[in-house]
Design a protein around this ligand. Structure first.
Ligand SMILES: *[C@@H]1O[C@H](CO)[C@@H](O)[C@H](O)[C@H]1NC(C)=O
Ligand SMILES: *[C@@H]1O[C@H](CO)[C@@H](O)[C@H](O)[C@H]1NC(C)=O
Ligand SMILES: *[C@@H]1O[C@H](CO)[C@@H](O)[C@H](O)[C@H]1NC(C)=O
Ligand SMILES: *[C@@H]1O[C@H](CO)[C@@H](O)[C@H](O)[C@H]1NC(C)=O
Ligand SMILES: *[C@@H]1O[C@H](CO)[C@@H](O)[C@H](O)[C@H]1NC(C)=O
Ligand SMILES: *[C@@H]1O[C@H](CO)[C@@H](O)[C@H](O)[C@H]1NC(C)=O
Ligand SMILES: *[C@@H]1O[C@H](CO)[C@@H](O)[C@H](O)[C@H]1NC(C)=O
Ligand SMILES: *[C@@H]1O[C@H](CO)[C@@H](O)[C@H](O)[C@H]1NC(C)=O
Ligand SMILES: *[C@@H]1O[C@H](CO)[C@@H](O)[C@H](O)[C@H]1NC(C)=O
Ligand SMILES: *[C@@H]1O[C@H](CO)[C@@H](O)[C@H](O)[C@H]1NC(C)=O
Ligand SMILES: *[C@@H]1O[C@H](CO)[C@@H](O)[C@H](O)[C@H]1NC(C)=O
Length: 493
């Protein structure tokens, strides 16, 4: 059986050794531990490119040469297998500063007490290694950790809350903590966040770790003054009010999507002026959108409130959010007109206001949405004619205006040639299907059904759409498709 281990060693040896001796770059016992470690695994060179690369690199590990000249094998590959036994000579390298084994299949390696011997470790990355079993309580000896990534290890178990607590309290320099897709359901979220409170963490990633229950008791705030990125999505049973992060004024990313947070959007958000990414999608957040804080989030590139219970009007305050690329209000209970400032966002690429109770007219003329690739306004009660700008945006790929009350003709000046998905069904459109529509050669899905369109269309025209996947023209009582160009055989579709 060919199996392979790859590790990231280049950093510790050379930085450590260079500072301690100008003559001997590599310590003899390091060379010897590495050579024994090398001897303890095989590399399958026939398998992948990765195997060949690993072989080439590990071949430079030769006794009698300076181990600082050995190629530091540090790369990301999948599908490699092996086990680090507790007696591995790897654990002799106690002065290791960086250990990165990410994406190697170390099954059935355990996060054993031996890992606690790397007391000078600053960076430990065991993500996606299939490392398993109970996290040893000795992990709390890693007091110099700056970055810890244990993500994507389903079978790793924290049995004792106190182990996590000791680790987080002992590793006072920890700036980055990544636990995504590990099972942390053993711990009450309120305990977990109280361990993190007042720490020096800059980035925390806790996606899909099975937290359930209230995030913290209502009167508590979470104070993480250095925090820049917080990812907590897909903790489907995490409840309570939106976390109050008043201390985290440097926050740039806040992703708390797909949890069960409720309550309304809190005023403290207006202090998070550095936010570039804000997603609250898929929670139970209600109340109105507070205009005051929207105007202070001038750095935002993504704002996603989809799938919540927001009510009231969308405030007309988007003028200053000139960096916004993605704006999503889908699936809420927002009402009133779509504010005109939304149509003046110069950078906007994706706009989704579908499935709300929005009403009124779209503006007739706009000049600045030129980068828009997706416009989803379906399932509202918008009325009036479909403005011709929406069919002449140069980069538009997805257009869905279905399930509204649009009337009038489809503009004959269709020039969004990049369109692939065009849904205008379930409106009250009338008149002919304009010929310019058949120039949209990249259309894959076209829905014009349930309108009041009329006239004859030669079926051959549809063959211009080479990638067509779905076509719906039904329930337009006066629309006929001519299947044979030179006969009068007509079929109403
Ligand atoms: C490396 O070479 C030295 C001296 O030649 C020898 O004593 C030692 O056993 C060798 N180590 C390994 C792992 O081969
Ligand atoms: C480690 O232990 C295993 C199983 O007990 C044994 O097969 C292996 O030779 C040992 N390796 C070293 C380097 O001692
Ligand atoms: C850890 O680092 C300290 C300070 O650089 C050093 O004195 C100590 O020997 C190192 N410990 C190990 C096990 O290498
Ligand atoms: C904290 O780390 C130091 C240094 O490794 C260690 O001696 C001590 O036991 C650790 N404390 C806890 C509570 O684990
Ligand atoms: C997580 O671990 C708990 C036991 O601590 C177990 O009951 C649960 O099924 C695990 N969840 C997943 C998704 O594996
Ligand atoms: C965090 O610390 C502050 C200040 O000590 C305290 O007021 C707050 O309640 C703590 N929050 C949590 C979640 O423990
Ligand atoms: C926002 O920051 C200001 C000054 O830094 C502070 O006085 C105010 O209490 C903060 N507001 C909230 C809601 O945290
Ligand atoms: C439009 O998109 C292009 C390419 O992504 C980008 O270079 C340009 O800056 C964008 N325009 C605006 C106004 O954001
Ligand atoms: C339309 O929006 C309403 C909420 O406004 C929602 O309940 C319904 O499921 C949506 N229908 C479709 C087809 O998306
Ligand atoms: C149609 O799609 C092709 C392939 O994706 C692309 O190269 C081409 O630019 C598209 N045409 C238009 C008009 O956008
Ligand atoms: C459909 O259009 C025809 C004219 O083409 C018009 O007479 C009729 O009233 C329209 N029906 C509806 C329901 O709008």
């Amino acid at each position: 059986m060919g199996w392979l281990l790859i590790l990231c060693l280049q950093f510790f040896l050379c930085t450590h050794v260079r500072s301690s001796s100008s003559h001997f770059l590599c310590r003899l016992d390091d060379s010897s531990s590495l050579l024994q470690f090398k001897a303890s695994f095989n590399i399958d060179t026939t398998d992948t490119n990765c195997g060949k690369l690993a072989y080439a690199e590990v071949s430079t590990w030769q006794n009698g040469t300076d181990c600082c000249s050995w190629l530091g094998v540090c790369y990301l590959c999948n599908g490699l297998q092996g086990m680090i036994h507790p007696n591995s000579t790897l654990f002799h390298l106690s002065h290791l500063q960086t250990l990165n084994l990410a994406h190697n299949r170390l099954f059935p390696t355990q996060l054993s007490s031996q890992f606690g011997a790397f007391v000078n470790l600053t960076h430990l990355d065991l993500s996606d290694t299939k490392i398993q079993g109970e996290v040893s309580s000795y992990i709390s000896h890693l007091s110099k950790l700056v970055s810890l990534d244990l993500s994507m290890n389903d079978d790793l178990k924290w049995i004792q809350e106190v182990t996590l607590k000791r680790l987080l309290q002992n590793a006072t320099s920890l700036t980055e903590l990544v636990f995504d897709h590990t099972n942390m359901s053993f711990i009450a979220p309120s305990s977990f966040f109280s361990f993190l409170n007042l720490s020096s963490l800059v980035a925390i990633s806790l996606k899909g770790i099975g937290l359930s229950g209230n995030m913290m008791s209502n009167e508590n705030t979470l104070c993480l003054p250095k925090l820049q990125e917080l990812y907590m999505s897909a903790n489907f049973d995490l409840r309570g009010q939106l976390p109050k992060l008043s201390c985290s004024i440097s926050l740039t990313v806040l992703d708390i999507s797909q949890c069960q947070f409720q309550g309304s959007i809190l005023q403290f958000f207006s202090n998070l002026t550095q936010l570039t990414f804000l997603s609250l999608s898929g929670n139970n957040v209600g109340g109105e959108l507070p205009p005051s804080w929207l105007t202070s989030l001038k750095q935002l590139t993504l704002m996603d409130f989809s799938g919540n219970k927001l009510i009231g009007r969308i405030p007309d305050v988007f003028g200053g959010l000139t960096k916004l690329k993605t704006l999503n209000f889908k699936n809420n209970c927002l009402e009133g007109q779509i504010p005109s400032s939304l149509f003046h966002l110069t950078s906007l690429s994706y706009l989704d206001c579908s499935s709300n109770k929005l009403e009124g007219y779209l503006p007739n003329k706009i000049t600045v949405l030129s980068n828009l690739t997706a416009l989803w306004l379906n399932n509202n009660t918008l009325k009036g004619t479909i403005p011709s700008w929406s069919l002449s945006l140069p980069y538009l790929v997805d257009l869905d205006l279905s399930n509204n009350q649009f009337t009038g003709h489809i503009s004959t000046a269709i020039s969004s040639h990049s369109l692939e998905y065009m849904f205008l069904c379930n409106n009250m459109l009338q008149g002919n299907i304009p010929e310019s529509l058949f120039n949209l050669v990249n259309l894959t899905n076209l829905c014009l059904s349930s309108n009041n369109l009329s006239g004859f269309v030669n079926f051959k025209l549809f063959s211009k759409f080479q990638n067509l996947e779905s076509l719906s023209l039904s329930q337009n009582s006066q629309l006929s498709v001519n299947f044979e160009s030179d006969s009068d055989y007509l079929l109403s579709v």
